[in-house]
Write a protein that binds this ligand. Structure first.
Ligand code: F6P
Length: 322
C-alpha cells in the first residue's frame, strides 16, 4: 500500500516560528504514518510542482531559525479560479491528501478555496501582525514585538542623551497590536494606532507637554505602520515644541531573528494539531488561540469575523505613559 501524503507550505510574509510549525507538521505527520511533502514558495510551488520530501532529519536545526526554509511568496496565478483548480489537480497528481498552510488571512482564503476543490487544508496563523480576527495570537507576533522593543530601547538611550523626541514606526499592516504592546513596554509618551483616530494637538503635543511639565525631557512616540507619516510627525513636533526630533522606521528587522519560546511552542502545538485534523480527513479549518487554548474553526466563518482591538489596554497605556 502506498503511503498517503500530506503537504506543508508557507505563504505571505514570513514570520519567526514558521520553521517551528513546519518542523512539527513534518515530525507529527511522519509519526502518524504519512509521507510529508514540502511545497516551496507558497501556492506557486503547488502550481509548478516545486516539491520535495520532508524526512525527520530534513527539519533538524530549524526550530531556532527565523524565516522559512520552504521560502514564501504571494501568488497571483493561484488567486484565480483557474489557478485554484490547477493547484488542486497538482495535489491529486502528487498524491497529496491534505495541506497545512502557514500564513495570514490571504493564505487562508487560498486554503478555503482549495478545500472547496476537495483538498482538505488546515491553516496555521503565521504573521507578525497579530491581525487574524479569530485568534488571540499569531505565530511570529511575540518575536517581532521583542525585536521592536529591543530596538526602541536602543533608540531611547540616544533620545535620552540628547533630550530628543524619537518617533518610531513599527510594522503591523492595518493592525495596531505591535505598536500598542511595544509602546507600553518601552514607556512611549504617545502610541498611535490605526484603530484609534488621533488629534495631533491633544494626543501628541498635549501628551509631550504634560510629560514635560512633570520633568520628562526625552520622548518616544510609537506609531503603527497603518498610521504612518512619521517624518512629518517628527518635523511638526520639533516645529511646535522646539524639541529636536528624529524619525525611525524599524522595518523588516522585525520579521527576522530567532523565534521566542512562545512562538516556538505555539507553532509546535499548532503543527501537531493540524496533522491530527488532516488524519481525520478534516479540512477547511483554521487553528486559533482562544483563551489560552488551541482550537479549530471553519475557515469561512473565521474569515468573516472582525478583528477586535484591545481598547482597555490602550486606555491603560494612556494612563501610565507620562
Ligand atoms: O504582514 C507582515 C508585514 O511585515 C506587515 O507588517 C507589512 O505591512 C508587510 O508585511 C510588509 O510586506 P513586504 O515584506 O512585502 O514589504
Amino acid at each position: 500500500m502506498s503511503e498517503r501524503a500530506i503537504a506543508v507550505l508557507t505563504s505571505g510574509g514570513d514570520a519567526p516560528g514558521m520553521n517551528a510549525a513546519l518542523r512539527a507538521v513534518t515530525r507529527a505527520g511522519i509519526a502518524e504514518g504519512f509521507r510529508v511533502i514540502g511545497i516551496r514558495r507558497g501556492y506557486n510551488g503547488l502550481l509548478n510542482k516545486d516539491v520535495f520530501d520532508l524526512k525527520l532529519r530534513s527539519v533538524s536545526n530549524i526550530i531556532n531559525r527565523g524565516g522559512t526554509v520552504l521560502y514564501t511568496a504571494r501568488s497571483e496565478e493561484f488567486n484565480t479560479p483557474a489557478g485554484v483548480k490547477k493547484a488542486a489537480d497538482s495535489c491529486r497528481e502528487l498524491g497529496i491528501c491534505g495541506i497545512v498552510v502557514i500564513g495570514g488571512d490571504g493564505s487562508f482564503r487560498g486554503a478555503r478555496d482549495l478545500s472547496g476543490q476537495g483538498i482538505p487544508c488546515v491553516g496555521i496563523p503565521g504573521t507578525i501582525d497579530n491581525d487574524i480576527a479569530c485568534s488571540d495570537y499569531t505565530v511570529g507576533f511575540d518575536t517581532a514585538m521583542n525585536t521592536a522593543m529591543e530596538m526602541i530601547d536602543k533608540i531611547r538611550d540616544t533620545a535620552q542623551s540628547h533630550d530628543r523626541c524619537s518617533v518610531v514606526e513599527v510594522m503591523g499592516r492595518r493592525c495596531g497590536d505591535i505598536a500598542l504592546q511595544t509602546g507600553i513596554a518601552t514607556g512611549a509618551t504617545a502610541i498611535l494606532v490605526p484603530e484609534v483616530p488621533y488629534d495631533f494637538e491633544k494626543d501628541v503635543l498635549g501628551r509631550i507637554r504634560a510629560a514635560q511639565s512633570v520633568g520628562k525631557s526625552h520622548f518616544v512616540i510609537v506609531v503603527a505602520e497603518g498610521v504612518g507619516g512619521i517624518d512629518k510627525l517628527a518635523h511638526d513636533i520639533e516645529e511646535c515644541t522646539g524639541i529636536e526630533s528624529r524619525a525611525t522606521v524599524l522595518g523588516h528587522v522585525q520579521r527576522g531573528g530567532s523565534p521566542t519560546i512562545r512562538d516556538r511552542v505555539v507553532a509546535s502545538e499548532m503543527g501537531s494539531k493540524a496533522v491530527d485534523l488532516l488524519k481525520q480527513g478534516i479540512g477547511n479549518r483554521v487553528l486559533a488561540v482562544q483563551n489560552g487554548k488551541i482550537v479549530d474553526l471553519d475557515i469561512t466563518e473565521a474569515l468573516s469575523l472582525e478583528r477586535k482591538f484591545d481598547y482597555e489596554l490602550y486606555k491603560t497605556a494612556l494612563k501610565i505613559s507620562i
